[in-house]
Design a protein around this ligand. Structure first.
Ligand SMILES: CC(C)(COP(=O)(O)OP(=O)(O)OC[C@H]1O[C@@H](n2cnc3c(N)ncnc32)[C@H](O)[C@@H]1OP(=O)(O)O)[C@@H](O)C(=O)NCCC(=O)NCCS
Length: 199
């Protein structure tokens, strides 16, 4: 399994994705601040979120990339490249087994335009095509219908429930686990009409 991801921007139909830079803090903070109530039910790190978190996140993101631990991308519309509208990340969970995971969020006033699915598809392509994963997993809190829809649209198979998987605002949430295998990726990619994009 490869362990390096190139740091050049990726372009999809509507989006540009690239690694974070220190100067992204302002637009990152703006996106999270505008989305707190929609992110809060699902993402544990929102608890106590402030601008300092944004600074630490971006600093850690640069380090994680360099150490091949995780690859975080700022997601931007092609029409407004200065504007951060969400995150997508891909990271290995077992090098021995070739497994990895993808996570994402989109700022609330930009949802419903296909950005979440498109950004996730880029990260999944990186998982299979650059990192050589055998299997990509999505873990989605029970009740997060929009995210489950993304899993379905991208051709993932529902595997089951992970009990008390993540603690959000002092409550344990069950998660559903979804997966896509390397042998299924070509078909999933083709059904997205994405043969020539995403990398
Ligand atoms: C989940 C999230 C990333 C979706 O982003 P997005 O840009 O709206 O995603 P897309 O537009 O690509 O697709 C969303 C799909 O969910 C559907 N959807 C949205 N809300 C829904 C709901 N309440 N019930 C069922 N489906 C819903 C949309 O109709 C769309 O499906 P369609 O293309 O078949 O119409 C975004 O809402 C978000 O960031 N939520 C908060 C954080 C989060 O949940 N992150 C994921 C953690 S696993």
């Amino acid at each position: 399994m490869a362990n390096h991801v190139h740091s050049q921007p990726r372009y999809s139909e509507q989006l540009m994705l690239r690694p974070f830079r220190r100067r992204d803090v302002g637009t990152f903070h703006d996106a999270v601040s505008a989305s707190l109530s929609e992110l809060q039910p699902w993402l544990p790190w929102i608890e106590g979120y402030d601008r300092g978190f944004a600074q630490r996140f971006i600093r850690d993101s640069v380090t994680s990339w360099a150490e091949a631990r995780a690859y975080d991308f700022t997601v931007r519309p092609l029409t407004e490249l200065d504007r951060h509208i969400g995150n997508v990340s891909v990271w290995p969970t077992s090098n021995q087994n070739g497994t990895g995971e993808v996570g994402y969020w989109i700022r609330s006033d930009e949802t419903g335009r296909g950005y979440g699915s498109e950004a996730a598809a880029v990260a999944i392509a990186i998982g299979f095509e650059e990192l050589g994963f055998h299997k990509v997993v999505l873990r989605i809190a029970v009740g997060n219908a929009a995210s489950e829809r993304i899993a379905e649209k991208l051709g993932f198979t529902y595997e089951g429930i992970l009990r008390d998987e993540v603690k959000v605002r002092d409550e344990w949430l069950d998660h559903t686990s979804w997966s896509l295998l390397d042998t299924e990726w070509a078909e999933a990619r083709a059904s997205l009409g994405a043969e020539d994009t995403y990398l």
